[in-house]
Design a protein around this ligand. Sequence first.
Ligand code: ADP
Ligand code: MG
Length: 334
Amino acid sequence: MAEKQVVIMIRQFLRVTLFICLVYTGPAAAEWYQRSEAIMGTRVHAEIWHEEAAQGEAALDAVMAEMHRVDALMSPYKAESELSRLNNNAFEHPFVVSEEMFRLLQKSQRISLMTEGAFDITYASAGRFYDYRNAGRPQDKQLSEAVMAIDYRHVIFDPENSAISFALQAVSIDLGGIAKGYAVDRCIEILMALGIDQAMVSAGGDSRIIGDHRGKPWSVGIKDPRNPDAMVAVLPLENTALSTSGDYERFFIEDGVRYHHIINPETGRSSSASRSVTIIGNEATFTDALSTSVFVMGLEKGLDLINRLPGIDAIIINNDGKLHFSDDLLQLAH
Ligand code: ADP
Ligand code: MG
């Protein structure tokens, strides 16, 4: 074949390829739109598959706006948040809260009952004396007084007036064990209302996925609690919520004791029952609260609860570093 003919053939080939590329430029605008922001004291991240750039970006705007809205309502660090105002007033008189806050407090109470008090938003009566960044913790006397104020039954509900009161002055509540999951669920609802069918939203250790990842499952890793660069497991997931609570997220070590942000409501001290608990389920609000709860309940009681809850699974790294799975996951593995 003459050299010239080869050149012509290459040109033709390029033209055909170029033509195909042009034909495909329309649908190729569909892509993953993603964004991360620091909100609620953690990293909020969203990834959305969309056909249109403008709508993909607008959906990301809506996610971040919702995260900021929930933070403004529920942050214990913002003096004007609804939560702070509730904490400052509910002992003096019944404090009227928004319907949204009332419902989340009721849900927290139901989870306290279900977990026999392992989940308890009044943990903050003692929890507020810890400062993990500056190695601050309560004195023994301070702690023993504060522990008396930890009991979800100290939070009194008046559904008729949407009001909350505290039975003791020392009661303080914090939604850190459920608010991130709640915010993730709210964002997912917004995305679904926008017609989005493939997305992932996470706030720290709480995530929820709609659909799959272009025909394949998402790969979600579970960190090794004692080696931040290593994974102990990678899970293929779609259409699900997932939360991890670990003793390595916010902590300091003093005299060999690890002081971290998951508190045993019975003692007001960091729970040493587990190193990491991951819960898989349908709603991030529930998986968030359950990961904190099962962490405190420990392996035996925790697995017992999870195995009784339909559609909920757990991966637990015990305080001896061993990996354990709930029954359904064990069956899947075999
Ligand atoms: P994070 O995503 O912040 O790591 P986790 O789901 O691991 O949250 O839960 C820990 C947070 O839950 C703590 O920072 C605190 O705000 C709150 N918390 C700690 N202990 C309890 C408890 N026993 N019951 C309810 N909430 C708790
Ligand atoms: Mg949690």
